[in-house]
Design a protein around this ligand. Structure first.
Ligand SMILES: NC(=O)c1ccc[n+]([C@@H]2O[C@H](COP(=O)([O-])OP(=O)(O)OC[C@H]3O[C@@H](n4cnc5c(N)ncnc54)[C@H](OP(=O)(O)O)[C@@H]3O)[C@@H](O)[C@H]2O)c1
Length: 358
């Protein structure tokens, strides 16, 4: 399918997008407006006190209509008249809204990533003309498994630990009763997921599967989303997130060591490639009832090893140094040493602990 055919699917269509103030959401909105100027309307659900505050959060463009809402509420926090109007108009829903902090408070993550997915799905069912419901999940719903991971739908109640059953309703009830005392990530580990974020994203997928049974659903699972590769602005990223925090600390020459192994593959995927994959996935599975899972990842086809990544960082920052020392001279870029945990502990002991103890 060529680019023009993909863009054609969005002509005269109305799209509801959640999460548009986030990193991926912004790239997605920009791309749609660029490749399909004849899109009918883009509704952006943004968290805001009222419509005029919502308008202040989004760019001024005639095709764009901001809606003040929150996916943690039934009907996305919108008035029933608004819901009725939207349900007649919307052709496509892109649900990108999520709490992306790995160690967010459990009740907060559950609200956006689990209940939110359910409420967006329930709204999708009201849309008579819906051609596509695209839900953005994460490749890390597979937890810490190794090897080839299949694009497999989660069944309600499934966990990553053998012999364990996940009761989502009980989890929701639990947070209601103990909201005040919650400590994060305890439940995630219990069911085999490494942190609250991926645990709640997995539960969100389960509910999309359950409540969106009769809908045309695509769930995409990107891995670590990095800055833009090509369009519209190579290198653009918002804030420092996962791997970017290491790159920016290295640019400042504040990390001498990286715990890992040179041969280990880092699964990174640029934001614009994720958005391209979303658009193609929607076009290919247009109006198709059922649930399709798509991993948007790089390790299988274009693996990036830790040592290549560190070498690229070294070469880039040697050619483009970013840091000035106190003497006003450029700080020389040093290679980042890859070390294992034992080596790192030895380094910390010799460099910091021993001198302090002495
Ligand atoms: N970035 C990555 O490396 C990565 C990797 C894999 C998957 N993903 C998935 O991709 C999606 C987008 O990620 P991102 O990196 O763009 O995240 P982000 O920059 O943190 O943006 C999250 C977006 O969700 C919105 N949101 C959160 N809770 C909401 C709620 N209750 N109601 C309405 N909107 C809400 C935020 O709105 P506010 O502006 O109001 O906070 C923001 O627009 C997420 O589903 C994430 O799980 C991201």
């Amino acid at each position: 399918m060529d680019a023009a055919t993909v863009a054609g699917y969005f002509k005269d269509k109305s799209i509801l997008i959640t999460g548009s103030t986030g990193f991926l959401g912004k790239i997605f909105v920009e791309k749609i407006l660029r490749i399909q100027p004849d899109v009918k309307k883009i509704f952006l659900l943004v968290r805001a006190a009222d419509t005029s505050s919502a308008e202040q959060r989004v760019l001024n463009e005639e095709k764009i209509s901001p809606l003040a809402g929150d996916i943690i509420n039934e009907n996305l926090g919108l008035e029933s008249l608004e819901i009725l109007k939207l349900s007649k108009e919307i052709d496509i829903i892109v649900n990108g809204a999520a709490t992306t902090n790995f160690y967010e408070r459990y009740d907060v993550s559950l609200a956006s990533n689990v209940l939110g997915a359910k409420y967006v799905c329930k709204f999708a069912k009201k849309c008579a003309n819906l051609k596509m419901f695209l839900h953005i999940s994460t490749a890390f719903v597979s937890g810490e498994q190794e090897g080839l991971l299949l694009e497999k739908v989660f069944q309600i109640g499934e966990t990553l630990k053998e012999g364990c059953h996940l009761d989502i309703a009980a989890e929701l009830q639990l947070v209601e009763s103990v909201k005040a005392e919650l400590t994060h990530s305890t439940n995630a580990r219990q069911f085999g997921w490494p942190n609250t974020y991926v645990f709640t994203k997995a539960m969100g997928e389960m509910l999309v599967g359950h409540f969106g049974r009769e809908l045309p659903v695509v769930i995409i699972r990107p891995s670590i989303v990095s800055s833009i590769y090509h369009d519209p602005l190579p290198g653009w990223i918002e804030g420092t997130r996962t791997i970017d925090s290491i790159i920016s600390a290295y640019a400042k020459q504040t990390i001498p060591h990286f715990i890992g192994a040179g041969h280990v593959i880092l699964d990174v995927i640029p934001g614009d490639m994720v958005v391209n994959a979303m658009l193609v996935a929607m076009a290919v599975h247009w109006s198709e009832r059922g649930q399709v899972i798509i991993h948007v990842t790089s390790s299988q086809q274009n693996p990036l090893s830790t040592s290549t990544m560190l070498d690229l960082m070294y070469r880039y920052f040697t050619a483009n140094p970013q840091t000035m020392g106190k003497n006003g001279k450029v700080v020389k870029t040093k290679r980042l040493n890859i070390t294992n945990k034992t080596g790192f502990r030895a380094y910390m002991f010799l460099k910091y602990k021993l001198p302090l103890e002495i």
